[in-house]
Design a protein around this ligand. Structure first.
Ligand code: ZN
Length: 373
């Protein structure tokens, strides 16, 4: 058996001690032909380490071991939908968005109490892939990871690559990939590809500067990040394969399920000042009905009442009206634009205004509600 199976592709794949790693075939054409240029660029620069479940559990950062069980949080989300509906009804009477009352927790604070039990239920389908920056760990930790590897499949070359790598890398747990595939009765190649693309998605979105607050540690940040990473993975597939990927995502926690909703709403519609100017210019004379709807939506946005209904109105406008500027803004898919915004937000997170944070929380709220319904 060949130890490395990547002679035909310019990608570094190392087996750190996973017996099932021998089944992962990185030379298949379909693995590479589904990738965008952006994803391929990450693939040729990031090494992939194949690990067994014990190694993955050791590598998986403690602070990331959180997950939300859709079954447990659905009642809470339902309450949230009803509360939002009540607030919308009252909005006519109120001038501004209602401030949270003293002692009232927002949805994401209330969700935190479900994170640990969710992890216990979902760790096997979450700790399958990992995108991790190496170099924060000491030599002793790295040695322990290596010792957990099966010596029959671990190579000296792989050990050296692991010990000397300081930059981000992708880890795939091959035993869990094979298990997941056999539970569903599908090819483990499809599961491997989905997991690999998802991790490359995290790499594409890795713009957080060193020392900046990490939104991933909060349920809303995790929801945006994981839903977008799944959106990146999902759009690589077509037809039956895409459907199986959707079935795989159904096994994942609530944070991962907003991948479809992420293509429905533009979070960038939050820049009200810019939007108002160009909407006025293009629509005022052109279409009175639409202008009235847009004006109403923008007024609510400016008062801080951003919510899915408002953004949906604006998204609909952008999509349906054949205007020059509309074309400029909608030449990219909605999920791609949201991914671009998320990268930009993370890059400047330390300086982001409170209302921008709130917009992302509202977006995460929408992803969760749509994702688990
Ligand atoms: Zn992920």
């Amino acid at each position: 058996m060949r130890k490395r199976k990547t002679a035909g592709v310019p990608v570094q794949v190392y087996n750190l001690g996973s017996p099932a790693g021998a089944q992962m075939d990185f030379e298949r054409d379909e693995l590479w032909s589904r990738m965008s240029a952006e994803m391929g660029k990450k693939a040729v620069s990031l090494p992939v380490f194949l690990v067994n479940p014990n190694q993955m559990d050791m590598l998986y950062p403690r602070e990331y071991r959180r997950a939300l069980d859709p079954e447990r949080i659905r009642p809470l989300l339902q309450e949230e939908v009803e509360r939002e509906a009540r607030e919308r009804d009252r909005e006519g009477e109120l001038e501004t968005r209602r401030e949270p009352q003293e002692g009232e927790q927002d949805l994401f604070d209330r969700l935190k109490r479900y994170e640990e039990e969710g992890w216990l239920k979902y760790s096997r389908v979450v700790a399958v892939g990992l995108y991790l920056r190496m170099g924060q760990h000491n030599q002793q930790f790295q040695d322990q990871v290596l010792q957990l590897g099966d010596p029959n499949v671990r190579t000296a070359e792989a050990e050296n690559a692991f010990l000397n790598h300081q930059a981000p890398a992708i880890f795939l747990c091959c035993e869990r990939i094979v298990d997941w595939a056999s539970r569903l009765g599908i090819s483990h190649h499809l599961v491997m590809d989905k997991v690999y693309y998802h991790e490359l998605g995290h790499a594409i979105m890795n713009t957080l500067p060193d020392g900046a607050p990490n939104p991933y540690l909060e349920p809303w940040g995790r929801t945006v990040e994981e839903s977008l990473a799944n959106a990146i993975a999902y759009r690589c597939f077509k037809g039956k394969e895409a459907l199986w990927v959707q079935r795989l995502i159904q096994d994942q926690p609530a944070e991962y399920r907003g991948y479809a909703a992420a293509g429905q709403l533009l979070v960038s519609l939050l820049d009200v000042r810019f939007l108002r100017d160009w909407f006025r210019e293009w629509f005022h004379e052109y279409d009175w009905y639409w202008w009235r709807r847009i004006e109403y939506a923008l007024d609510r946005l400016e008062r801080g009442a951003w919510h899915p209904e408002v953004a949906r109105t604006l998204t609909e406008v952008l999509r349906n009206l054949p205007m020059p500027l509309t074309q400029i803004m909608s030449h990219k898919r909605i999920d791609s634009q949201n991914i671009t915004e998320w990268r930009r937000f993370k890059r400047r997170i330390a300086r982001a205004k409170p209302w921008i944070h709130q917009a992302w929380k509202d977006f995460a709220n929408y992803l969760l509600i749509e994702g688990v319904s």
